[in-house]
Design a protein around this ligand. Structure first.
Ligand SMILES: NC(=O)c1ccc[n+]([C@@H]2O[C@H](COP(=O)([O-])OP(=O)(O)OC[C@H]3O[C@@H](n4cnc5c(N)ncnc54)[C@H](OP(=O)(O)O)[C@@H]3O)[C@@H](O)[C@H]2O)c1
Length: 300
């Protein structure tokens, strides 16, 4: 990863130019940097500018953009799963991927509430169709995706079970979980076997065990990687809909998150870095132990 000076990007008719105040780091950033993640989709564009999550101020608008004007403070996940180019002082972003930042929320908190929060929202409510009173198991509940998932599921009135290490138990309860499973000392399927929905945010999970936590006819959404065919078969035998879901940029969904963020219903937990500390931010991400989000401020 290197720092370099590039021209300020030019914008297309449907884009805005954002002067970035804060950005956030995700596992897919370090994965893509390491040659996995979505590097396959971007290999024709190497060297790339990593990153997708921004919050900042609009300094120019394309002629087709009606929704935003120069000076608006906006946030969003830019062009995922494509080339977001978000680790930069200026980012050209499709207007359709952004929402107005709530005025009572910092750029850092807004930048945090992007890819991970969209993943939680889209997976739980759009794909998983979670409703009030249903039981949902959320693995890695203290992580970037998980801490938003717990807060969203709690907000709609679901019964929330979250997994983490003992160190994050109190935190997982504090953001709204009704039950907690310590994955080091408890086996998930010994604690729950009737979840309407399981949102599995852990990469190397024992699928055969985790699927036992879903009730017959329920839903299992794998977030880190795909569901192997033999596992889909195992799920199908019990009428379980098991699938992988990949988050998509959406300004409409960002507006919903902006509303929740502005009302204090979503409260991102921030681990803050400066733009000169991108290597350190990546080192933290690689450890896989972050509570909430890694956020990088850009001061100009
Ligand atoms: N498909 C998609 O669209 C999509 C979108 C976003 C993310 N993802 C993927 O989803 C995964 C999670 O992303 P993220 O942003 O939430 O990552 P993250 O913030 O780095 O997750 C860190 C958290 O994982 C927890 N953790 C680690 N091992 C665990 C285990 N065995 N059981 C329970 N919790 C565990 C840690 O809690 P403790 O310290 O308490 O262990 C820590 O709080 C990543 O693999 C990422 O690539 C996919």
């Amino acid at each position: 990863m290197i720092y370099t000076e590039l021209p300020v990007p030019t914008i297309k008719a449907d884009e805005v130019l954002v002067q970035v105040k804060a950005l956030s780091v995700n596992p897919v950033d370090v994965q893509t940097h390491g040659g996995t993640g979505i590097s396959g989709r971007l290999k024709d564009q190497f060297p790339i500018i990593l990153g997708w999550d921004i919050s900042g101020v609009i300094t120019a608008v394309g002629e087709a953009v009606k929704e935003f004007k120069v000076g608006d403070e906006v946030f969003g996940m830019v062009n995922f799963p494509g080339h977001g180019k978000a680790y930069a002082e200026y980012v050209a972003a499709p207007a359709a991927h952004l929402a107005l930042k709530p005025t009572n929320v910092s750029h850092e908190a807004a930048a945090a509430t992007t890819l991970a929060a969209l993943t939680a929202y889209q997976a739980l409510l759009q794909q998983g169709k979670l409703t009030q009173g249903q039981k949902v198991l959320i693995t890695a509940a203290a992580g970037g995706v998980g801490h938003f998932a717990v807060q969203i599921a709690k907000h709609i009135g679901a019964h929330v079970i979250g997994t983490s290490s003992a160190a994050n138990k109190d935190y997982v309860f504090s953001i709204g979980a009704d039950e907690h499973i310590d994955y080091n000392t408890q086996q998930e399927d010994k604690v729950v076997n009737d979840a309407d929905l399981v949102m599995d945010n852990v990469r190397s999970q024992d699928f055969a065990a985790t699927i036992k936590t879903v009730k017959n006819g329920g839903t299992y959404i794998k977030i880190p990687n795909g569901v192997p065919d033999e596992m889909k078969q195992l799920a199908a035998e019990r009428g379980i809909n098991a699938f992988f879901y990949l988050v998509q940029s959406s300004g409409a969904d960002m507006k919903v998150l902006a509303d929740l963020l502005g009302k204090g219903i979503l409260q991102p937990n921030l681990n803050l870095y400066d733009f000169s500390q991108m290597e350190l931010a990546h080192e933290q991400q690689l450890k896989g132990r972050t509570r909430g989000k890694i956020v990088v401020s850009i001061k100009m």
